[in-house]
Design a binder for this molecule. Structure first.
Ligand code: GTP
Ligand code: MG
Length: 208
């Protein structure tokens, strides 16, 4: 899929104020600093469409970006950032969960995990919550430029083995990406393109 346009639309903390258009959307979620905002910039080839930072906790709101005038990418705050005050942390969790529970336009969540790390409890718990809440999701491994191919393979195997030894009977679709060298860009965009085609052919928009 070609990206012809990518425009910031709105930031807010209230799911009720998100764009009303019945267009398909895809949300990026994961630990703070995992690379959610960087991935949005990489996919859209816009250097600073989404704000990024070396320090965790940069994205603090629900941010809608309209792509090719007919679908949305959503950048969300990260979870698991210990330095956020307890009160703020609660607010994040509340509106993140409320976004996922209420947003009918959401076609698929992309859960980002840093490919260098062992499976983290908080990610596993979040994916389990998506599972029980019946929200389709994929995994995006980020920062693959930091590892050699063999280590990438080993870490993916460790990850998928752990999922299969837990509650999962099958592994969700996953992608290996790098926002610095564009690895995985075509694969993620093609996946979204196919889901968009299904969305529009089923005319899901009619009943949103
Ligand atoms: P929050 O908004 O705080 O939740 O973080 P985020 O998940 O949006 O992370 P962000 O995109 O701001 O990136 C965090 C840091 O990781 C930045 O310093 C990025 O430059 C770096 N980074 C992100 N993706 C990659 C990648 O694919 N490769 C490398 N080497 N660095 C990356
Ligand atoms: Mg961010």
């Amino acid at each position: 899929m070609k990206i012809k346009s990518a425009d910031f639309v709105i930031s807010n903390s209230d799911v009720a104020k998100c764009p009303k258009e019945p267009l398909p959307e895809y949300a990026f979620i994961g630990r703070s600093n995992v690379g959610k905002s960087s991935l949005i910039n990489m996919l859209t080839e816009r250097k600073s469409l989404a704000k990024t930072s070396g320090k965790p906790g940069k994205t603090q709101l629900i941010n809608h970006f309209k792509i090719n005038d007919n679908w949305f990418l959503v950048d969300l705050p990260g979870y698991g950032y210990a330095k956020t005050s307890k009160k703020d942390k609660k607010t994040f969790q509340k509106y993140i969960t409320s976004y996922f529970e209420k947003r009918k336009q959401l076609v698929c969540a992309f859960v980002l995990v840093d490919i260098r790390h062992n499976p983290q409890k908080i990610d596993m718990e979040f994916m389990e919550w998506l599972g029980v809440t019946a929200i389709p999701f994929c995994i995006i491994f980020t920062k693959a430029d930091k590892l050699k191919p063999k280590a990438i393979e080993n870490n993916i195997n460790t990850y998928t083995d752990q999922m299969l030894s837990g509650i999962w009977e099958e592994i969700p679709p996953f992608f290996v990406t790098s926002s610095t060298n564009y690895m995985g860009r075509d694969e993620v965009l093609n996946y979204i393109g196919n889901l968009n085609s299904d969305f529009f052919s089923e005319k899901r928009g009619d009943y949103i």
